[in-house]
Design a protein around this ligand. Structure first.
Ligand code: ZN
Length: 71
């Protein structure tokens, strides 16, 4: 496992999948589900895939952690 984030190509995913990830979010700042995110960036860290973006409501960073079931 590496301690450095390995960039992945979010846009290489299916359009449907992209839309889902952009929609299904949890914002710590708003404490609300599925507000959506913009500017998605995907990377791998400690063997886990993360998709990071900005909350569509407050603009804070939101992070989606993908479990093995998701990919
Ligand atoms: Zn928010």
């Amino acid at each position: 496992m590496s301690e450095t984030a390995i960039p992945r190509d979010f846009y290489a995913r299916d359009a449907d999948e992209q839309a889902l990830f952009l929609q299904e979010t949890w914002c710590d700042n708003c404490q609300e589900l599925n507000l959506g995110m913009s500017e998605p960036k995907e990377y791998e860290l400690y063997g886990i895939i993360f998709i990071e973006g900005r909350c569509n409501k407050c603009g804070e960073t939101v992070l989606t952690e993908l479990t093995d079931d998701d990919f």
